[in-house]
Design a protein around this ligand. Structure first.
Ligand code: PDD
Length: 284
């Protein structure tokens, strides 16, 4: 049975009572993080928890814990749920109050919930690559905030899913932004391109790890937006996220990227990603 964390206590699901008046439920008024666990160890957890606090600040919400306390909560969730390979989900909502749009007056405490689950790495998709479908990015203009308000992402993912694709390649009037739950990268003529970390994308932690690896490997990068038409013509394409790691994209809208196999730089970056994740190296 999964052990959850809610408001300072660990409990099983039957003990978790979420209020109908929770603003997360009414408005999606909150923020969240997904943190990967490899071999029972947190991966880039400081970065994720730091981004959780940044997201909260951007929506003018206070989290009633310190970063160190939420790190400790994450560690305890791993232990209590006996997680080997899996992830932590953590969310904070603005709290419980009668439904009015403006912030509650008087202020109420935000509500922190979290759990940890075992979930296998998507090894076949990482090795073979996945198809994606282009979908118009109709989300709001603060995609840098990891907000609970995910309708635009949900509808895009569903459209891709119904087309037999693993991810939606989002574009604003033909300019590629990111995936519905991932960041997108393309390689063309010896240059790696990805959308700059503006308000139009979430600056993924995996994206940042990847850009660091590029520096180490001497792979030239331009953080520059590219169009959907340019995406079709890329030599290689891949996506990154906490749960997808570095995943090759082998086709967009049914059109093959390169020869339809994971690209050379993509594989090189996957190997480098594995090497800086100690328990993945051990597991090989
Ligand atoms: N999604 N862009 C969006 C819109 C995302 O939702 C995510 C992550 C990313 C990649 O960020 P990171 O590398 O920090 O995981 C980019 C998580 C995994 C999710 O919602 O499940």
């Amino acid at each position: 049975m999964t052990v959850y964390f809610m408001d300072g206590q660990f409990m099983d699901q039957s003990g978790v009572a979420v209020s109908v008046d929770d603003r997360g439920y009414y408005f999606g008024d909150g923020v969240y993080e997904v943190i990967k666990v490899y071999g029972g160890e947190l991966y880039t957890a400081e970065e994720h928890i730091s981004r959780l606090f940044q997201s909260a600040t951007k929506i003018k919400m206070t989290i009633p814990y310190t970063e160190a306390q939420l790190l400790e909560v994450s560690r305890q969730l791993i232990e209590k749920n006996a997680i080997g390979e899996g992830h932590i989900y953590m969310q904070v909502t603005r709290g419980v109050a009668p439904r009015v749009h403006h912030f509650p007056e008087p202020t109420v405490s935000s509500v922190v919930t979290a759990y940890a689950v075992n979930s296998p790495r998507p090894v076949a998709k990482i090795e073979n690559g996945v198809p994606v479908k282009s979908v118009e990015d109709v989300r709001w203009l603060r995609c840098d905030i990891k907000s609970l308000n995910l309708l635009g992402n949900v509808l895009a993912k569903q459209e891709a899913h119904e087309a037999g694709c693993v991810e939606a390649l989002l574009h604003r009037s033909g300019v590629v932004t990111e995936g519905s739950s991932s960041n997108m990268f393309g390689v063309k003529d010896g240059m790696l391109y990805t959308h700059p970390a503006t308000n139009l994308i979430l600056n993924g932690i995996t994206r940042q790890v990847l850009l660091g690896l590029c520096k180490e490997l001497g792979i030239p990068v331009e953080e520059k937006a590219f169009t959907l038409d340019e995406a079709f013509e890329m030599d290689e394409f891949f996506l990154t996220s906490t749960t997808s790691e570095v995943m090759p994209v082998t086709s967009i809208d049914g059109r093959l990227i390169g020869d339809g196999q994971p690209g050379e730089w993509t594989v090189k970056l996957q190997q480098a990603f594995t090497l800086q994740t100690p328990s993945l190296v051990k597991g090989q």
